[in-house]
Design a protein around this ligand. Structure first.
Ligand code: PEP
Length: 257
């Protein structure tokens, strides 16, 4: 009953021309694919052009980050209302690369998610443990703290409204860009835990309806097995989203059977 959502996170890759070439191919080839929601997250400089090119297509234009304030003296930042102005409909917040290299904290991620929702956009809130945290047996407690922080500003408990605008992405840091994927069982265990926590925080109906993506070296060859788990509702895809054929194969693998 949850429509899987597959988003390509292009990170710091692709010129505007390259981005337009890729989305044009996706738009043409994914037009007939039913039962899966799709998004792409280009670099900020390409967002507006990509959103324009995707007009009339169900593919969503997503941003990779935003600031929590709407405007003001924040040199170099982009805000949720300005991203909306550029044609963005979803924003990824709390990606592990932001947490690792740019100091994003659980509290800051919560402020960003709140700002995204306040601007009427959808928030993809990323959580996930490092290898040391997993090896230390701390996966679930780390994810709990990230979820609590990330959802601190979520006030709307209407299940349908929330599910349309809030997605959690479970991305174990040790699986991102490493070629090492969590097994479907490892991922499902954490996804089920996240859904339980969503139920405690937001109520059973919301927990049932909110999509939880998996991210971490998702490829055409492992997507189907991951997507067949009960609580895995799509994917956040890095490396394999940069080539149309790879990304399209993942989107097709996410279709409900
Ligand atoms: C990501 O950046 O969110 C990601 C999951 O990357 P990759 O698919 O390359 O591991």
């Amino acid at each position: 009953m949850r429509t899987p959502f597959v988003v390509g996170n292009w990170k710091l890759n692709k010129t505007i021309a390259d981005a337009l070439a890729l989305v044009t191919e996706l738009k043409n080839q994914l037009g007939a694919v039913k039962g899966v929601a799709v998004g792409v997250a280009p670099v900020a400089t390409a967002l507006h052009s990509v959103a324009k090119r995707l007009e009339g297509s169900p593919i969503a234009t997503c941003a990779q980050n935003c600031h929590w304030e709407a405007s003001g003296a924040w040199t170099g930042e982009l805000s949720a209302p300005l991203l909306a102005d550029a044609g963005v409909t979803w924003v990824i917040v709390g990606h592990s690369e932001r947490r690792q290299f740019f100091g994003d904290t659980n509290e800051g991620v919560g402020k960003k998610a709140k700002a995204v929702l306040a601007a009427g956009l959808g928030a993809i809130v990323c959580v996930g443990e490092s290898l040391a945290e997993r090896d230390g047996g701390n996966t679930l407690s780390v994810v709990d703290a990230q979820l609590a922080g990330g959802l601190a500003g979520v006030a709307d408990h209407d299940a349908a409204k929330l599910a349309a605008k809030l997605v959690i992405a479970y991305e174990p840091v040790w699986a991102i860009g490493t070629g090492r994927t969590a097994t479907p069982g490892q991922a499902q265990e954490v996804h089920a835990h996240i859904r339980k926590r969503l139920g405690e925080r937001l109520g059973a109906a919301a927990a049932d309806a909110i999509r939880i993506q998996y991210g971490g070296s998702v490829k055409a060859s492992n997507a189907e097995a991951l997507m067949s788990e009960n609580d895995i509702d799509g994917a956040l895809v890095g490396g394999a989203s940069l080539e149309a054929a790879d990304f399209i194969a993942i989107v097709k693998a996410a279709r409900p059977s």
